[in-house]
Design a protein around this ligand. Sequence first.
Ligand code: PLP
Length: 356
Amino acid sequence: MMTPDLGEPPAAPPAALRLRIDRKALAANWRALDAMSAGTVHTGAAVKADGYGLGAAQVVPTLEAAGCRDWFVAHWGEVAALLPLVPAASIAVLHGPMNTADVAYARATGVRPVLNSRQQIALWLEAGGGPCDVMVDTGINRLGLELADLGDAMIARLDIDCCHSHLACADEDSPRNAMQLQRFALARQQLTARRYSLANSAGIALGAAFHADLTRPGLALYGGLARPEMAGKIAQVARPEAAVIQVRTLSAGDAVGYNGTFTAAGAMRIGVVALGYADGYLRCWSGQGAFHWRGRRLPVLGRISMDMTAVDLSAVPDVCEGDWLALDYDLASAAKISGLAPYELLTLLGQRFARE
Ligand SMILES: *Cc1c(COP(=O)(O)O)cnc(C)c1O
């Protein structure tokens, strides 16, 4: 009888799904954004949602080597992945503390909470305080203190590293941008911090008035053109690829996938690749998406399944099982075809990708 092996399970074999991260493009994007703000302005990085889906462990060391020194995540649970990579004091948690457990974690790790409300400030001070950031709402009406709260005596007791606000419409030419800038100037008069920060990716392209001391780009680092001014300066970083796990030959009339939404007009070769909606390749790509192999475009056939997608291999008779196909995922055109925002296209990319 076989005795069960109670030791460590062996390492999993390589996945048939990979996300190639172009580290040079990532570093170049950070430098391009940094060059868009002059003088002493520092360029940080929003690395929430696992580095916008690319993998914080992959992107943080590359950005750090490029010169980035300030990191922003949304949740406390996103801090642990960063702690081995960068100093705790360089990480800020945008959602701030909801309870004493969050506050205790911030104080134990040395990570800065971004305090968004009078309740959060009270929680922080009750626990003894320490270096923190503050978010002021200047018109997005999401997180942040109201301008009217800024006279509160509790605020004078804070040790504020950075005072933030966040733009609602930086990707548009909206009068709200100037209005938020004006309100941010009022906030700056009332609140003493070592640094001030307003701009996300798109805000950087709005010009020097929006740069303050520190910028917080996310999308543009990862290849998204947050504003048209960035065309030619920002390069694609994420390149998904999937392996062909089966090749089959169809006859005229054969239908492919759930509900048979594609029917072969004649004999044709198709491949099934290991990529599906559970990986973030949503059903909106059914009959719309495409892969590439050695310069040939290979259209997606029929419905996207949870774990699989069928691809037309008619143009590439030499593609076999095990070959890797590159997904068409240029963010600008993929956004147009899918109706998804570039933010969604990136953060959807699931945990089953090997990130390389
Ligand atoms: C996500 C986020 C950013 C980054 O925004 P992008 O549009 O991706 O550049 C900056 N600041 C705050 C507060 C955020 O939540």
